[in-house]
Design a protein around this ligand. Structure first.
Ligand code: FDA
Length: 305
């Protein structure tokens, strides 16, 4: 119930306007967001790198409604690429197609993606297409196929969500291409005809897809904070003789920090997703939806004021 309410609120423009101008909300969002500027995100990544953790930049923003905003978002990512190259920090980039203008003009979003993938390839930087709600799954994969097949980019990969029934088929397609997949559970409100309604079924499907990716995939990203699934991944890899250099664990900025460092200490590759920017509202609401304790913490602090 709580999860659904927060996910519904994440789509509200009115609430977004209130939250973005509320100092307390901003303060709590900054637990999950590296800052509002690129410089702050770079500082966070330097610190992660110091602990042996690589990163992926997320310039926050999604579901934009004008061509100008899409062009500005693409320009922000071009800045990020140059910054990675100039500073030498260990990071790639993650972006959302609705931020590149998918809903405004598909041709424009393709043009933005070609510009970004081309410069990223010159700089040897990997580009991850985040996965949004199921309304965008097919369109995101269609964009990926264009970039991969028609334009020949190999520095691009996708995110697949274990809560969707269709995902096993998508994993098999990506494995057969040799494309890199980030596997996550899925963060949006989805109806029962497209996604497993029960968490136990999502977790079981995650375990199954992880096995497929480790055995047949290309350097998959196992993106979860779920300790049971992380332990299971480690045991499965060891049993199959799959080296720790063949995959990476991924987590979100500000979540399970000690576990991130511990996994590096144990010899695993660890990448952290580092969001930054002013459009933190929807991202923050999804983080609250994932964990009731976060909501209790935020509400408790709001009430103390
Ligand atoms: P689960 O929700 O079962 O949580 C397991 C445990 O992890 C919890 O008990 C708690 O201890 C901890 N935890 C989880 N979330 C927390 C939080 N917000 N705050 C504090 N503790 C928390 N989704 C998507 O739909 N599209 C995408 O492109 C991405 N991209 C992405 C990148 C990366 C690197 C990660 C780690 C995750 C995503 N996600 C995503 C989000 C993902 O789908 C999922 O919603 C969250 O990772 C939470 O699920 P867990 O696998 O962590 O398990």
């Amino acid at each position: 119930m709580l999860r659904q309410s927060f996910l519904t609120m994440s789509n509200s423009r009115e609430l977004q306007n209130v939250a973005l101008h509320n100092g307390t909300a901003r303060k709590f969002a900054l637990r999950f967001v590296a800052g509002e500027t690129l410089q702050q995100a770079v500082r966070a990544i330097v610190e992660l790198n110091r602990n042996g953790i690589t990163a992926t930049f997320d310039h926050l923003g999604e579901n934009i409604t004008t061509a100008a905003a899409a062009t500005a978002a693409a320009a922000a990512y071009m800045d990020v690429l140059e910054t990675i190259a100039r500073t030498g920090i260990k990071s790639n980039i993650s972006l959302k197609l609705t931020q590149m203008g998918l809903d405004v003009d598909e041709e424009l979003s393709l043009k933005n993606m070609l510009t970004i993938c081309s410069r990223a390839r010159e700089l040897d930087i990997f580009v991850r297409l985040d996965m949004e709600s199921s309304a965008y799954t097919e369109r995101t994969l269609a964009m990926f196929r264009k970039l991969w097949h028609e334009s020949g980019y190999r520095n691009v990969g996708v995110v697949l969500q274990a809560y969707l029934y269709r995902t096993e088929e998508d994993v098999r397609e990506m494995n057969s291409l040799g494309a890199r997949v980030r596997l996550c559970k899925g963060a949006y409100n989805e109806p029962a005809d497209v996604a497993f309604p029960k968490k136990a079924d999502v977790d079981a499907n995650y375990a199954k897809l992880m096995r497929l990716l480790l055995k047949e995939g290309t350097y998959p990203g196992i993106a979860t904070h779920d300790e049971r699934l992380i332990e299971y991944t480690k045991r499965f890899a060891a049993r199959q003789g799959i080296g720790a250099d063949k995959f990476e664990f991924q987590m979100l900025y500000g979540v399970r920090r000690e576990l991130q460092v511990e996994l590096v200490r144990q010899g695993y590759n660890m990448r952290v997703y580092v969001p930054y920017g002013q459009e933190w509202y929807a991202y923050f609401m999804r983080r609250l939806a994932e964990r009731p304790a976060n909501v209790v913490f935020v509400l408790g602090n709001l009430l103390k004021r």
